[in-house]
Design a protein around this ligand. Sequence first.
Ligand code: NI
Length: 138
Amino acid sequence: MPHVSMTRRYRFCAAHRLHSDVLTAEQNWAAFGKCNNPNGHGHNYVVLVTVNDGGHPDTLDPAWVDEIVNETIIRRFDHQDLNSDQEFSKQTTTGENLVKLIWDLLAAKIAPGVLEKVGVIETRDNYFEYAALPAARS
Ligand code: NI
């Protein structure tokens, strides 16, 4: 169904290191290259959150989305080491895993069907996206 959606843009700065405890030092280097540097490195992450109007055109409210994202995502990750986050204790802090985690955190607060897409820009040339599957047609 055609519908209106709204995308809000957020930013946070965080450090991370691409590293897996189940790989050897050589395997980590082969998989992640310089992103496996033991000292870590930082990114200015951009998070794009798309919500739709849930069928009610007057309900798209930037302040409502801002409050949820700021409390759930920005406060949690800004100026932090992503590798220290409890959710990353058993998975690598790749952009793929980060965008899925952000989706899951927001999906716990935003009604199914209203949260439409989450995007994470990690570097100039790296963009990750996670989206709800289209609703099945009846
Ligand atoms: Ni990185």
